[in-house]
Design a protein around this ligand. Structure first.
Ligand SMILES: NC(=O)C1=CN([C@@H]2O[C@H](COP(=O)(O)OP(=O)(O)OC[C@H]3O[C@@H](n4cnc5c(N)ncnc54)[C@H](O)[C@@H]3O)[C@@H](O)[C@H]2O)C=CC1
Ligand SMILES: O=C(CO)COP(=O)(O)O
Length: 336
């Protein structure tokens, strides 16, 4: 039995905590929301984020960070990008009290606004030095809504520290949830962030009334953008063809369970960004990530027409139909 703390009781943190608890591990789910603590511990539900799910009754929630991480072997942070630093600072204070080392993992998919740092870079900057060497990321095609129902799911666990990744792999895997390890932390984090931009675009195409031809073209041409930016930033090329790359691109770009896809769908149907954000009530990571990646594309001199089109729609009020028309009217070129 492994002792695990999961930080963040949104849909993904709850689903991952529940999976580990179902596997027989001692799991504490930390949330800053006291009402959620009571609901999870007493009703075994998290109705705002996973409305139809019953959680395993051994899963314990707490809003006390010290209690959450006391004597654990793994701390898994699953908060939105904008909350990563704040939660990592709280974690750092609690870690000062810990006598033994802990594996730090996260499952957040984004890039920091302004600094454009990856999630593991943000965490590493906040926690004591002893905890920085074995950072781990959980990525891959995995919607919380499907995992909680035990739909078959495979994820990827990336780290330069293979033994750390393997411990998490073992803790989470079961007959319906299969975790693979990989050694590419940078690529896993980068591609996880990039696919959210594509998911917004994909939802938007469907919202506008286009079909699967359009989606297939979008996803395939987006792979080229991901490949080129990944190469410029130091991702391993093979990661793109693994779960953290194309796997996540497919699920987020095609599934109505994706928040990013649903946001795009709303935009395609004529809603404003403010309206889709308010209606979602959950994080739409791709919106901020679009700005970061648009800037990256300039910094690294990578041609990213799809990202630029999403940027113009989200940040420069370009009408969606014009953005699509402009993409289709670009000079004709060769694929290879
Ligand atoms: N929902 C999903 O199926 C998946 C989500 N992810 C990623 O996981 C991350 C979290 O996403 P979700 O669970 O969907 O988000 P969510 O919107 O469902 O929940 C976010 C949680 O973080 C908490 N939170 C927000 N600000 C906080 C702060 N300052 N301090 C402490 N807690 C705070 C909220 O109270 C809430 O419990 C995102 O980066 C997302 O891309 C990755 C894979 C699947
Ligand atoms: O990353 C995800 C699935 O793998 C979740 O995507 P959304 O945040 O768009 O729901």
């Amino acid at each position: 039995m492994t002792k695990i703390a999961v930080l963040g009781a949104g849909s993904w943190g709850t689903a991952l905590a529940n999976t580990a608890a179902e596997n027989g591990h001692d799991v504490r789910l930390w949330t800053h929301n006291l009402n959620q603590v009571e609901e999870i511990n007493q009703q075994h539900t998290n109705s705002k984020y996973l409305p139809h799910a019953t959680l395993v009754d051994t899963l314990v929630a707490t809003n006390d960070m010290f209690l959450a991480i006391e004597n654990v072997e793994i701390v898994l942070s699953v908060v939105p990008t904008k909350a990563v630093r704040e939660v990592a600072k709280k974690l750092a204070t609690a870690l000062e009290e810990q006598a033994h080392t802990v594996i730090l993992a996260h499952a957040t998919k984004g890039l920091e606004q302004g600094s454009y740092k990856r999630i593991s870079e943000m965490i590493a900057e906040e926690v004591p030095e002893a905890y920085r060497s074995a950072l781990v990321v959980i990525s891959g095609p995995s919607h919380a809504e499907d995992v909680i129902k035990h739909d078959l799911t495979a994820v990827s666990i990336g780290s330069s520290d293979e033994s750390a990744a393997k411990l998490l792999q073992k803790a989470l895997s079961n007959e319906t949830f299969r975790a693979y390890t990989n050694h590419d932390l940078l690529g896993s984090e980068l591609f996880a962030a990039l696919k959210n931009i594509v998911a917004i675009a994909s939802g938007a195409l469907i919202g506008l009334g286009y079909g699967v031809n359009a989606q297939a073209a979008l996803l395939t041409r987006s792979l080229v953008e991901m490949r080129d930016l990944g190469a410029a930033m130091g991702a391993k090329p093979e990661t793109l063809y693994e779960l953290a790359g194309i796997g996540d691109l497919i699920v987020t770009g095609m599934s109505p369970n994706s928040r990013n896809y649903r946001a795009g769908l709303g935009l395609g149907k004529g809603k404003s960004l403010q309206q889709v954000t308010e209606e979602m009530g959950m994080v739409i990571e791709g919106v901020n990530t679009t700005k970061a990646v648009y800037d990256f594309s300039k910094m690294y001199h990578v041609d990213m027409p799809i990202t630029s089109a999403v940027y113009q729609v989200l940040y420069e009020n370009k009408p969606l139909r014009t953005a699509v028309a402009d993409l289709m009217a670009r000079p004709l070129k060769s694929e290879d």
